[in-house]
Design a protein around this ligand. Structure first.
Ligand SMILES: *Cc1c(COP(=O)(O)O)cnc(C)c1O
Length: 377
C-alpha cells in the first residue's frame, strides 16, 4: 500500500471552476463528441499560437498519431533524445520505425544539436525533438540541420507548455507538436493530450485517426483509414478549458516555487547542481530537478532517506536506451550516451505543486541538503 506522503511530488490544482464546468457536462448528458472538445481545441490552438489543435486521449496517443501523420513507417529512422519519458521514443516504435538517439546537452538536458548530424543516414526521416522538464531545445541549429537534410521536425512538448525559445513558443517549431495533460503536468485533464499544427491536412488526418478513421462527413459506421479510439471525452475537455483559463497563473506559481528552491540551494553549489536555463529560453517548470555533484553518492539512497522524512522525490529521468527491451532490441550499452547517463544517475526531482509554501520549501530543502551532506565524504 502506498503511504500518503507529507509532500507528494506533484498534485493537480483544481478549483470550483473545474468542478463547475465538469458538472455542466455531466448535467448535459453529452459525454463524448459534444461541444467541449471543440471549444478546448480552439482555445488551446489560440493559446499556443497554432492554427489547429486536435484533442487526444493522452500525450502518448498524440505522439503516435503525429508519427503516422508525418508518414513515418517501417524501415525509417527518427532522431530523438535518450533523456526523455519513454513515450516519445516508443511512439517511433509504434509505427515500426527505429529511434536513433543523439546525446544531450549537460546544461538544459535537451538534445545536443552538435550530436545530430553524425546520426543522419539515408533512412532518416524526422527529428523528434523533446523539450524536457519545461524548457525548449536549442531550436535554431536543429531547424538548420532539418532543412539541410530535408527532415521533418516533430515536437514532444508534453513537459514544456508555454515555454519559449527566443520569444517563440514550443509547439510552433515543427510540422506538428504534442502536449500532455496527465495530472502531474503543468495543466491537467486527468488523462489527455493535444496535437497542434499549422497544417490543415495533418489536423484533418489526426482528427480522423483518433476517431476510428472516420471523416467528418461520414456516417458513424463508415471508416476511411485504420483508426484508433484516441478520443478525449467531454468531462476531460471541460476540465482542460478551466485549466487553460488559469494556466498563466499556475506557471507563475511554479516559477516562484522553483526560484525559492534555487535561492536555497545556491548556498550549496559545492554539493548541488541547480537547474540551469538555456540561452534564449523561458522555463515553465514541469519538474524541479537537481543533480548531486559528488558522483560517489548513491542517488537512490538519498531518495530513500527523503522518503523517510515525508518528502517524495523521483529519479527523473532514466535514459531510455538502458531500459531492458531497448537494450535487447537495439544492442545499446552503458556508455553509449554518457551525458544522458550521467544526468540519469545523479538527478532528483523535488515536490513541485501549487500550494507549497515558503516554509514547506525550506523544510524540503533543508532535508535535501542534510541528507546529501551525510553521504558526502
Ligand atoms: C508526459 C509525457 C508524455 C505523454 O504522456 P501521457 O501520459 O501519455 O499523457 C510524452 N512525452 C513526455 C516527454 C512526457 O513527459
Amino acid at each position: 500500500k502506498k503511504e500518503k506522503m507529507k509532500y507528494p511530488i506533484a498534485k493537480p490544482y483544481i478549483t470550483q471552476r473545474e468542478k463547475q464546468l465538469v458538472m455542466e457536462v455531466l448535467n448535459s448528458g453529452n459525454l463524448s463528441l459534444g461541444p467541449k472538445y471543440k471549444e478546448f481545441e480552439e482555445k488551446f490552438a489560440q493559446k499556443i499560437g497554432a492554427k489547429y489543435a486536435c484533442t487526444v486521449s493522452s500525450g502518448t496517443a498524440g505522439l503516435h498519431l503525429a508519427m503516422i501523420a508525418a508518414g513515418i513507417k517501417e524501415g525509417d529512422e527518427v532522431i530523438t533524445s535518450p533523456f526523455s519519458f519513454i513515450a516519445s521514443s516508443n511512439a517511433v516504435l509504434y509505427v515500426g520505425a527505429r529511434p536513433i538517439f543523439a546525446d544531450i546537452d549537460p546544461v538544459t538536458y535537451n538534445m545536443d544539436p552538435s550530436k545530430i548530424e553524425e546520426k543522419i543516414t539515408p533512412k532518416t526521416k524526422a527529428i523528434l525533438v523533446v523539450h524536457i522538464f519545461g524548457q525548449s531545445a536549442d531550436m535554431n541549429p536543429i531547424i538548420k540541420i532539418a532543412k539541410k537534410y530535408k527532415l521533418k521536425i516533430i515536437e514532444d512538448a508534453c513537459e514544456s507548455i508555454l515555454a519559449t525559445h527566443k520569444s517563440k513558443k514550443v509547439g510552433t517549431f515543427g510540422e506538428s507538436a504534442v502536449f500532455a495533460f496527465y495530472p502531474n503536468k503543468q495543466m491537467t485533464t486527468g488523462e489527455g493530450g493535444m496535437i497542434v499544427t499549422n497544417n490543415k491536412k495533418i489536423y484533418e488526418l489526426c482528427s480522423s485517426l483518433r476517431n476510428q478513421g472516420r471523416s467528418p462527413n461520414m456516417q458513424w459506421l463508415d471508416h476511411k483509414y485504420l483508426g484508433y479510439n484516441y478520443r478525449l471525452d467531454e468531462m476531460s475537455a471541460a476540465l482542460g478549458i478551466a485549466q487553460l483559463e488559469k494556466l498563466d497563473f499556475m506557471i507563475k506559481q511554479r516559477q516562484k516555487i522553483c526560484l525559492s528552491y534555487n535561492k536555497y540551494f545556491e548556498k550549496y553549489s559545492d554539493l548541488i547542481q541547480i537547474p540551469q536555463i538555456g540561452r534564449g529560453n523561458t522555463h515553465t517548470w514541469f519538474v524541479y530537478v537537481l543533480c548531486i555533484k559528488n558522483k560517489k553518492i548513491k542517488r537512490d539512497d538519498v531518495i530513500k532517506d527523503l522518503y523517510k522524512v515525508g518528502v517524495a522525490t523521483k529519479p527523473y529521468l532514466p535514459s531510455i536506451h538502458l531500459f531492458d527491451f531497448y537494450k535487447k532490441k537495439f544492442k545499446y550499452r552503458t556508455g553509449d550516451f554518457p551525458v544522458s547517463e550521467m544526468v540519469s544517475k545523479s538527478s532528483i526531482a523535488l515536490p513541485l505543486y501549487i500550494g507549497l509554501t515558503e516554509r514547506d520549501i525550506e523544510y524540503i530543502s533543508e532535508k535535501v541538503v542534510k541528507i546529501i551532506k551525510k553521504y558526502d565524504k
